[in-house]
Design a protein around this ligand. Structure first.
Ligand SMILES: Nc1nc2c(ncn2[C@@H]2O[C@H](COP(=O)(O)OP(=O)(O)OP(=O)(O)O)[C@@H](O)[C@H]2O)c(=O)[nH]1
Ligand SMILES: [Mg+2]
Length: 447
């Protein structure tokens, strides 16, 4: 991707009215533009209070101006920040003035994209900027911060360096096949590959925790009418989101709540009770319920403990999504809260109304997706990173097989090269325009 020579500008504060509104400008025309608007001498990295002048020298606004000359700026280019009053019209007027002086409106994420293209940050760090802004829990903020500081990238770069060294060693060994010592079979390469595999597995584990912290899990509550789905939604979210009643078929629309479970975002979805219904509204509710079920990370199937036969709806649920069976209303049959694992999966015995067994259920939810709330040093990771690490891991494993089974040096070297390429995609040392376009277009404007 080529760096554009345009000067870009955007309102960096969120839309609406606020105390302060900030406009950011970056690119080669910054000094020209600032001369016309500020009409005062601006000193690098000094805050000055000034008026922002319009076309006919009328004052548009007044506020603080900050100038960061290239390369010591966020984007690596000349940048200017104008901090005025946070009214949407006044900010628009100022932005229009800047555009008329030779800038264009920035695309989403374009400032950060420039920071990446100018080598100020790598791709994983750039993604962490967006992830930090979008973080919904304190834990994910802390993890995004770690990725932004480059801790994740450093680990990946170390791996890529080790892969490169090993590949060069293997390539050299191939050239020495006629010598007396066979460098490929003396065990050194094998040991180094095994060590690399262990390191990749370690990163894989941490990255998976990081992805859970970023994306959380989607939990869909299903079951027959009156099983207690909406009661569970209310209990987990801690407030009265859904209508609960003893009339079967109370919930028709899909209800969504976002909560956190020990720092992991949890998207809970309450659905219409599943049954054969002639009512067209209820039927539509059930159709929508099935749509949500197909997108779940985990399904919670609620069953009235007094009607264990109602479990027959399992047949209508996807078999490839993890499911927890929750037998509710144990208060009515005098059972204790419990959790059982057998060949049919996990069954949890609770009374949602009396708040019995809910802690067991929460703990089991975390276990189901492998979330470890005590894990330290987690960096925020995306699905794309997990995939790149997995591919890298598979190539290194294949390299080990090529060595052990076929003693094929060229193939070992090729596998190591592929692993290196896949891991390099995480930090963007190897990246396609498509990928960059996809990543930066999901940013907010002005970042
Ligand atoms: N005794 C007892 N009653 C419960 C328990 N959990 C829920 N209920 C009652 O069961 C009834 C149905 O609960 P809901 O949460 O509305 O059930 P639902 O699965 O959302 O039902 P639909 O929306 O109709 O599909 C309500 O009267 C609840 O108070 C429980 O643990 N014990
Ligand atoms: Mg309901």
């Amino acid at each position: 991707m080529l760096l554009s020579q345009d000067t870009i500008a955007a309102i960096a504060t969120p839309p609406g009215n606020g105390g302060v509104g900030i406009i950011r400008i970056s690119g080669p025309n910054v000094t020209e533009i600032s001369k016309k608007i500020i009409q005062k001498e601006i000193k690098p990295r000094h805050a000055i209070f000034t008026e922002f002048m319009g076309e006919d020298n009328g004052v548009i606004d007044s506020g603080i101006c900050l100038y960061f000359p290239e390369p010591a700026s966020y984007t690596g280019e000349d940048t200017l920040e104008l901090q005025g009053h946070g009214g949407s019209v006044v900010l628009d007027m100022l932005l229009r003035r800047i555009i008329s002086l030779g800038a264009r409106i920035a695309k989403p994420g374009e400032f950060t994209e420039r920071a990446f293209l100018n080598g100020k940050i790598d791709l994983a760090q750039a993604e962490a900027v967006a992830d930090l802004i979008e973080s919904t829990t304190e834990k994910s903020v802390r993890s995004a911060q770690k990725s932004m500081q480059g801790i994740f990238s450093e680990k990946i770069n170390q791996l890529v360096d080790e892969l490169t060294e090993l590949r060069i060693y293997v390539e050299a060994a191939i050239d020495f096949v006629d010598e007396e010592i066979d460098f490929l079979t003396d065990g050194v390469v094998q040991k180094r590959i095994i060590k690399l595999l262990e390191k990749i597995q370690d990163i894989q584990k941490t990255a998976q925790q990081g992805r859970l912290l970023r994306d959380g899990m989607t939990l869909v509550l299903v079951g027959k009418p009156n099983a207690g789905k909406s009661s569970l939604l209310n209990a987990l979210s801690g407030h009265d989101v859904a209508i609960v009643s003893d009339i079967p078929g109370t919930t028709r629309d899909i209800l969504r709540e976002r909560i956190q479970l020990d720092g992991m975002p949890l998207h809970i979805i309450d659905t219409a009770g599943l049954r054969d219904s002639e009512n067209s509204i209820e039927k539509e509710g059930i159709r929508r319920a099935h749509l949500e079920i197909s997108k779940a990370d985990v399904i919670i199937l609620l069953i009235d403990v007094r009607e264990p036969d109602s479990i027959d709806i399992v047949d209508k649920l996807p078999s490839d999504i993890p499911m927890i069976k929750v037998y509710n209303k144990i208060d009515l049959v005098d059972l204790d809260p419990d959790i059982k694992n057998d060949q049919n999966g996990c069954s949890c015995y609770v009374s949602i109304k009396k708040g019995l067994g809910l802690e067991l259920l929460k703990k089991h939810l975390k276990d189901t997706v492998g979330y470890d709330s005590s894990a330290d040093d987690v960096f925020l990771a995306r699905r794309r990173h997990i995939e790149a690490i997995r591919i890298g891991h598979d190539f290194v494993k294949s390299a080990l097989n090529q060595l052990n089974i076929n003693n094929a040096g060229e193939l070992v070297a090729e596998d190591l090269r592929q692993a290196q390429k896949s891991l390099g995609e995480i930090t963007g040392t190897v990246s396609s325009d498509d990928l960059l376009g996809k990543i930066f277009s999901s940013f907010c404007i002005g970042k």
